[in-house]
Every structure is written in structure tokens, then in C-alpha cells.
Design a binder for this molecule. Structure first.
Ligand SMILES: NC(=O)c1ccc[n+]([C@@H]2O[C@H](COP(=O)([O-])OP(=O)(O)OC[C@H]3O[C@@H](n4cnc5c(N)ncnc54)[C@H](OP(=O)(O)O)[C@@H]3O)[C@@H](O)[C@H]2O)c1
Length: 491
């Protein structure tokens, strides 16, 4: 047997360190020898939870299964790993002292097929590997000082390579695929941030990207509130999230986010129930092939993808301003690159309706709104970000663009890959230090690729005014009771 023991000290609360280290899917972020780690058991990280690790061993991948054999949160977790010719017992012991946590990691290897002499010869190599892992762990658990490519607190710029790829269209578009995600991932640093004690409001959590993001947020311990329009789906989502993560701080509110009266009611209920909000994620969205209007008389693409997020955010600002460093994240789309803003025709009344174009108009406007909010809210220390998830295999994509979905299916990202940047923007330190950016795969990207999509300052001001005018009009209609809508209800 070979036993290795190392101790490190990190400036982070013991609960957060325990949550991060006991979830062995995170080991790929800090152990350079681990290529991939996935959870293979059902349910939360707890006694009996199992993980499949792929290790890099010379040029060959080696698979191991690790199972949690002891689990005493937040002090001790023991994992037993089985490989082809050896087994290992990893014991992680934590002790906390205020914001400081001490981590002692013991790895005991047993090699069944090797002679004692050979095992002895392996010790120096294993010691080096152990030290590299502990250095990786310490780095992962240490705070990060600067945002990516930062030039100042409230601005950052895109990496020159990303700008070149975006401008060259084809490499830029390939970046939207699962390959783009995998390539970007190899440059990421660990994100060990927890969302414990943070209240996160998320829209569109019952499907696709939103559901994957909800899972990631719940795993990080967030107090998660989601807004959904379908009670049965909401209940099933709440149950699934709690069952998979063990997080019981998950609730929901019912509202159709294309209806301003619903949004007003749901926002009032949330502000009434929650003392403060840390993060708002405007993810719900949809593309409609045919032109149609909501019962409030608004064109649906505009109402759901632009006016809804505007309305919801404005109503929830009060709750967000009660926290120290709140964040707002708007889910846009790479499709917005193809269009400029159309302030004089936000509902596409003056030209033949085309679903994809209307959708791109709304998503373009959402990016402009993000930049305007970032400017307006910087005194309040709020970070406002827009992101696009790439091409993601979701029910939304297969319904709205069935042919595109079918044609590029092998290139599509999983919902988890698409939602990664959402979870990162909500939790990591870097995005809290900048604002007003447009992200893909944890990196800021340019917002204009084609000549002619760039709006003037005047158009930006007009967009703001137009949305405020809609807001005023809708609110006065709600006040005089001209809406015949079901009340937004608590879950
Ligand atoms: N998939 C992609 O490739 C892709 C690419 C770029 C951008 N996006 C954006 O990513 C976001 C999520 O899309 P997705 O692909 O995950 O689509 P999805 O699978 O259809 O999920 C959309 C979510 O939004 C909810 N939603 C839609 N309209 C709503 C309304 N009026 N009121 C309340 N909730 C509503 C849906 O609720 P129900 O479950 O009740 O339907 C669902 O939870 C959208 O903003 C979309 O524009 C997606």
C-alpha cells in the first residue's frame, strides 16, 4: 500500500469547501490527471453516490469508479475508487476557522497485481502527482482577482482571437457548436463558487437550457425561485431538482411571461415573499412561426422575448437593489448578429412577419438593453450581462426550427453545455467585476459582426423610451382593470 497525505489552507467557508470537494464531478477542474468526471448514480451527492472518472495515464485513458463510503458534512468525506489493477481510498477531512478552511487529503493506494518492489518504485511519481493535484485544488479554491481580459471595473474586452473568429463568420459560427464548447472548456479555470445563501430568480426553468441551468444553480446551493406558466410542469421540475440535488430551497411562481399583467402580479408576490434578490436570469423565450398576439394585444415574439424581460427586470429591481452585488443575466441568441434594432416597428407591423427575423430583432434589442442597464445601474454595483448559449439541443429548438435541428444535430450542444455560461455568470467571481458584456462560453464576444447592424445612440435612446412607453400603457391598463387574466400564483 502507498499512503500520501497533504494539507492545504484556503480562504473560504467550510460549507462551501465541503460542497465543492465532495461533489467529485468537480475533480476534473482541479486534478490535472482527471480528464472527465461524471456522476453515475441518481440523487444528490451523499453516502453511496458514485462517479465515473477518466484519468490520463501516459497516452491511455483509464476509467475508475469512485463511491462515497463515508459522508459527514461538512467535516469528512471518504471516497473509494476502483481501477483495473488498483484501488484507492481518498479521505478528505476539513476543519474550519471563520473564513479559513484547512483541507487534509489522504490517498491510500492498493496495487493488487504489482510486486512490492515495483509499488515502492512508484511512490515518488505518485507523490508528485498528489502534489500537483493539491496545488490545483488550492488554485481552484482561491479567489480570482480580475475579470477575463479586463481593462477596468465595468468594462472588459473580447479576446483578439474571439474577435477574429466572430468576424470570420464560419469559425465564429462553429464556436456555437458542441465542438466550440469543448475547445473553450479546455482554457477555463475552475469555478468553485457556491451560491449558498443567494436568492436566484430564473425564468423558463421547465425545459431545455433553463432546466439545465436550474440544476446547476441548485447544485451550488442557491435558494432558487423559478417562474413558469404551467403548474404541472413546474411541480415536476421542482420535484426533479430537489431529488437530483438534495436542495430543498426551491420554489416557483406561475405567470405567462408574455403577459404584462401576469408579470406585474408575480413580481409583486416575489418582492413580498423574498427580502432580497441576488440574481435574476431572464431565460424564458420562444420563436413563433406565425404572427400572433397575446390577449393583451401585443405581438408574441416581442412580448415574450423583449418586453417581458424588460418588465420583469424593472419590477424586480427593488429586490435586487437590496443586495450588495446583484446580477442580471439576459439570454439572447447568436441569431441577433444578423439583425439591427427596429425601434419604429418593434412588433413587426410594417413588414411581412417572419418568425426568425422577429426573434432576432427582439434578441438584438435585449443585448442593447443589457448595455443600457449596465450603464444605468453601475452606481448600484449591479452587474448586467447578456449571453448566448450556442446551438443547443432543446425542445425549443426542435419545435421552432425542426429542419435546422435535424440537419445540424451532431453539432448541437447538450443543454448542460449551453447552460454552463449562465451558471458561471450567476456564480463565478469574474462576471461580478464587469458589466454590460455579451458572453459565449465564459468569454466576452463582440456584438456586431455584419456591417449595417450597428445602431446609433439615438436609436438606443429611442428603444428605451419605446419600452418605457409600453410599460406605462400596460400598467395603466392593469390599474383600470381592463385585463381578464388569471392571477399569478405562488407555487
Ligand atoms: N436552444 C438554442 O439553441 C438556443 C439558441 C439561442 C438562444 N436560445 C434561448 O435560450 C432560451 C431558452 O430556450 P430553450 O432552447 O431552452 O427553449 P425551450 O426548451 O422551449 O425552453 C423555454 C422555456 O421558456 C419557457 N417559456 C416560454 N415562453 C414562456 C412564457 N410566455 N411564459 C413563461 N414561460 C415561458 C418555457 O416554458 P414551457 O416549459 O411551459 O414551454 C420553457 O421553460 C430562450 O430565451 C431562447 O431564445 C436558445
Amino acid at each position: 500500500m502507498i499512503e500520501l497525505k497533504e494539507t492545504i489552507s484556503v480562504r473560504r467557508p467550510i460549507d462551501d469547501v465541503f460542497r465543492y470537494l465532495s461533489d467529485f464531478t468537480n475533480i476534473e477542474q482541479w486534478d490535472p490527471g482527471v480528464v472527465r468526471s461524471v456522476m453515475v448514480s441518481q440523487g444528490p451527492v451523499q453516502l453511496g453516490a458514485a462517479f465515473e472518472l477518466t484519468l490520463r495515464y501516459l497516452f491511455f485513458p483509464v476509467r475508475m469508479i469512485y463511491t462515497i463510503a463515508e459522508y459527514e458534512a461538512p467535516y469528512r468525506v471518504v471516497l473509494k475508487g476502483m481501477g483495473g489493477s488498483f484501488s484507492v481510498t481518498d479521505t478528505i477531512e476539513l476543519s474550519g476557522n471563520g473564513p479559513q478552511t484547512q483541507v487534509t487529503y489522504t490517498a491510500a493506494f492498493v496495487f493488487s497485481a504489482l510486486s512490492p518492489r515495483l509499488v515502492k518504485m512508484m511512490k515518488p511519481a505518485l507523490t508528485l502527482i498528489g502534489k500537483a493535484s493539491m496545488a490545483g485544488m488550492k488554485k481552484a479554491l482561491s479567489p480570482i482577482a480580475r475579470p477575463p481580459q479586463s481593462v477596468s471595473l465595468f468594462s472588459a474586452r473580447s479576446h483578439p482571437m474571439d474577435v477574429a473568429a466572430d468576424r470570420l463568420i464560419l469559425p465564429g459560427a462553429l464556436g456555437f457548436s458542441t465542438w466550440g464548447h469543448r475547445l473553450s472548456k479546455s482554457f477555463w479555470r475552475a469555478n468553485a463558487e457556491s451560491l449558498t445563501r443567494q436568492t436566484v430568480v430564473l425564468t423558463g426553468a421547465t425545459s431545455g437550457l433553463g432546466k439545465a441551468a436550474a440544476l446547476g444553480l441548485a447544485r451550488r446551493g442557491a435558494k432558487l425561485t423559478f417562474i413558469a406558466r404551467n403548474r404541472e410542469k413546474a411541480l415536476a421540475t421542482q420535484r426533479e431538482l430537489s431529488q437530483k440535488t438534495g436542495n430543498n430551497h426551491i420554489d416557483f411562481y406561475i405567470a405567462d411571461l408574455g403577459l404584462m399583467a401576469d408579470i406585474k402580479k408575480v413580481a409583486e408576490a416575489i418582492l413580498h415573499d423574498k427580502p432580497s434578490l441576488d440574481v435574476l436570469i431572464n431565460n424564458a423565450g420562444a420563436m413563433f412561426a406565425e404572427r400572433s398576439e397575446t390577449v393583451e394585444g401585443l405581438e408574441k415574439t416581442f412580448a415574450t422575448n423583449l418586453l417581458g424581460p424588460f418588465f420583469l427586470t424593472r419590477h424586480l429591481l427593488e429586490g435586487l437593489s437590496r443586495t450588495k452585488a446583484p446580477r442580471i443575466i439576459n439570454v439572447s441568441s447568436g441569431g441577433m448578429y444578423t439583425q439591427r434594432v427596429h425601434v419604429a416597428d418593434l412588433e413587426m407591423n410594417h413588414q411581412a412577419y417572419d418568425g426568425a427575423t422577429a426573434y432576432a430583432w427582439a434578441k438584438r434589442s435585449l443585448v442593447i438593453l443589457t448595455e443600457l442597464w449596465a450603464e444605468q445601474l453601475k452606481q448600484k454595483n449591479m452587474s448586467v450581462h447578456a449571453m448566448h448559449p450556442g446551438w443547443v439541443d432543446t425542445p425549443g429548438l426542435s419545435t421552432s426550427l425542426p429542419r435546422f435541428h435535424q440537419q445540424i444535430r451532431p453539432l448541437l450542444r447538450t443543454p448542460e453545455q449551453g447552460a454552463d455560461t449562465l451558471v458561471w455568470l450567476a456564480s463565478a467571481m469574474e462576471p461580478g467585476q464587469c458589466s454590460g458584456l455579451f458572453w459565449l462560453d465564459r468569454r466576452p464576444h463582440i456584438t456586431h459582426v455584419f456591417a449595417g447592424t450597428r445602431e446609433t445612440d439615438d436609436e438606443r435612446r429611442q428603444l428605451w423610451k419605446a419600452l418605457e412607453a409600453y410599460e406605462k400603457k400596460r400598467l395603466s391598463m392593469v390599474k383600470v382593470g381592463r385585463e381578464s387574466l388569471p392571477p399569478a400564483a405562488r407555487g
